[in-house]
Design a protein around this ligand. Structure first.
Ligand SMILES: O=C(CCC(O)(O)[C@H](Cc1ccccc1)NC(=O)c1ccccc1)N[C@@H](Cc1c[nH]c2ccccc12)C(=O)O
Ligand SMILES: [Zn+2]
Length: 589
């Protein structure tokens, strides 16, 4: 009916006007806390959060009262009002909301300030100390000590808090009509309850490639660390993969390099010898986006971003990108270190900022990714182009490129060590969390469920025995204490290859997919922009169709990208007499 429709237009317009100011204030208070961890800033953040919760509740209840049935409204108003009706933690009463905020603020502070005291007395923080140690040490026992120390310092202290947090989180989600918080999080993908089945099917297509990579890397670690520590038919000890969570293995590429003497794949030495600093890394990334015809960063971005770790206060170092909902103030918070890994992460964060800028004129309820995985995929898609030896050579970060099969295998393996290795990890975090929110995994089984998923999906085993009554390894991975969903990264690692393939085609690229560098292609940029400016105004299937011509997530682009490596790995594993997989499930180092 016209009058209901015009009421809905007025209601959503008022909401966006009011929400912009409320969200600015709560974002700024959160920013101040994360860039200055203190009791005072935590209280200020929680006070702002109480105000934004009151705002959300007021508009949500008004929406439910005035528009009980949105089915007759036009799509835009229907989608906006359906979103405004979901209150989230604004459903909680003041006491519960304060407890919820104290729990989440406290868990994030514990994670961000935890340290490990090494046998020689060195006190190491995660960023940059332990990150660098896990990446560069090849000393089995030093790695084991650091791994054990971190999981005890960051995970154990929040095991009880996490249980309390789950109870309150579920209370809020049930009030919105969901079975639990896991179902609420999955609803963002608008797949009628089929998200988990879909990601399981995608994983089934990719697991054979992961298992071949796992077998090849295990063989190389066996050659390095010997048969006391590596069993060729068992899971790999978790502390030997160059990363605290064994989530990406790129830092041990030197142990697995197939053909030595080829041009490298790591720009770190060139970055350091050319005097790169954080600002230069950010400017390099911005220049790539602008070369595609996308937006440059705003003045506020350069004025307000935190580029490096401050020396005078505690901060949350885990990188993030922030929208202050006023169309100009966008920021990144990052403790940048000058290396290739952080250059890639900067592109990841800049991808979030570019998405923010492209959808800044959408109404507030539509200022989000088509689905959360799309938001995570933007920067990584461009990073696939930046990482090519051809591009790194173009920007002077790699000496001349050999066009030969062996150099190509080197490159594809280094990419697989980050992209293929990540897939089971990207899947398992929320497999674990969904089972906790649903009640399938009670506190007594938190650690056991985690270990079982690590073993079954990743083929990884802890280097030291775990104690299910005190250990809480999930708490030692940022996104768990920070309450940030994770399946978005698994989705991103699939769809970023679809976006990349589509942009490569638009740029007129000829030849193998993995050689594509769409730098300076306005056609590629236009294709991406058409998807980004939609924000979450349409279901993600519509946005996917916009950019790729099909509405589905598909692993075909990823499989095409890696196809030369897949054949090479199978051949190598056969030559080595290795059987992919890990049947000795109970082996321990
Ligand atoms: O966590 C991140 C990067 C941080 C983030 O940019 O995803 C950040 C996480 C976060 C979310 C919520 C509050 C605080 C931090 N997400 C965002 O900044 C963000 C921005 C816009 C929308 C949604 C999230 N990466 C993941 C894995 C990963 C995906 N792609 C990568 C590329 C290189 C290295 C790691 C990754 C990790 O480190 O385990
Ligand atoms: Zn991200």
């Amino acid at each position: 009916r016209a009058d209901l429709q015009s009421e809905a237009v007025a209601f959503t317009a008022n909401y966006s006007t009011d929400a912009a100011e409320v969200y600015y204030n709560s974002s700024l208070a959160a920013w101040n806390y994360q860039t200055g961890i203190s009791e005072e800033n935590l209280n200020a953040m929680n006070a702002e959060n109480v105000k934004s919760a009151a705002f959300t509740k007021m508009y949500g209840e008004q929406a439910k009262a005035e528009f009980p049935d949105t089915s007759k409204l036009e799509e835009s108003e229907r989608r906006q009002i359906d979103s405004i009706k979901i209150l989230g933690t604004a459903n909680l009463n003041e006491a519960d909301l304060n407890q919820y905020n104290d729990l989440t603020g406290g868990m994030e502070a514990t994670y961000s300030t935890a340290t490990v005291t090494m046998p020689d007395g060195r006190v190491l923080n995660l960023d940059p100390d332990l990150t660098a140690l896990m990446a560069t040490s090849r000393d089995y026992n030093e790695l084991k000590y650091a791994w054990k120390g971190w999981y005890e310092a960051a995970g154990r202290p929040i095991r009880d808090d996490y249980e309390s947090f789950v109870t309150l989180s579920n209370k809020a989600s049930v009030a919105d009509g969901f079975a639990d918080t896991g179902e609420y999080w999955r609803s963002w993908y608008e797949m009628n309850g089929q998200l988990e089945a879909t990601v399981d099917a995608l994983w089934a297509e990719l697991q054979p490639l992961y298992t071949e990579l796992h077998a090849y890397v295990r063989r190389k670690l066996y050659e390095k660390y010997g048969s006391n520590y590596i069993n060729l038919k068992a899971p790999i000890p978790a502390h030997l993969l160059g990363n605290m969570w064994a989530q990406q293995w790129g830092n041990i590429y030197d142990l697995v390099e197939p053909y030595s003497g080829k041009t490298g794949v790591d720009a770190t030495p060139a970055m350091q010898s050319q005097g790169y600093d954080a600002m230069k890394m950010f400017k390099t990334s911005e220049e790539f986006f602008v070369s595609l015809g996308l937006d440059k960063m705003t003045d506020e971005f350069w004025a307000n971003t935190m580029f490096v770790k401050p020396t005078d206060r505690d901060v949350v170092c885990h990188a993030s990108a922030w929208d202050f909902y006023n169309k100009v103030d966008f920021r990144i918070k990052m403790c940048t270190v000058v290396n290739m890994e952080d250059l890639i992460t900067i592109h990841h964060e800049m991808g979030h900022i570019q998405y923010y800028q492209q959808y800044k004129d959408q109404p507030i309820p539509f200022r989000g990714g088509a689905n959360p995985g799309f938001h995570e995929a933007v920067g990584d898609t461009l990073a696939l182009s930046v990482s090519t030896p051809k591009h790194l050579n173009k920007i002077g970060l790699l000496d001349e490129v050999e066009e030969d099969d062996e150099a190509d295998i080197n490159y594809l393996l280094s990419q697989a060590m980050d992209k293929i290795a990540f897939l089971p990890f990207g899947l398992m975090i929320d497999k674990w969390r969904w089972s906790v929110f649903s009640g399938d995994t009670p506190k007594a089984k938190y650690q056991e469920k985690w270990d079982q998923l690590r073993k079954d999906l990743q083929g990884i085993t802890p280097p030291v025995e775990r104690d299910g009554t005190t250990d809480f390894d999930p708490g030692a991975k940022y996104h768990v204490p920070a309450n940030t969903p994770y399946i978005r990264y698994f989705v991103s690692f699939v769809v970023q290859f679809q976006f990349y393939q589509s942009m490569c085609n638009a740029s007129g690229h000829q030849g193998p997919l993995y050689k594509c560098d769409f730098y300076q292609s306005k056609e590629a940029g236009a294709k991406l922009q058409k998807m980004l400016e939609l924000g979450s105004s349409k279901p993600w299937q519509f946005a996917m169709n916009e950019i790729t011509g099909s509405a589905d997530m598909s692993t075909l682009a990823l499989q095409e990208y890696f196809s030369p490596l897949t054949a090479w790995l199978k051949q190598k594993n056969l030559e080595n007499g290795d059987t992919p997989g890990w049947t000795d499930m109970d082996w321990r180092p």
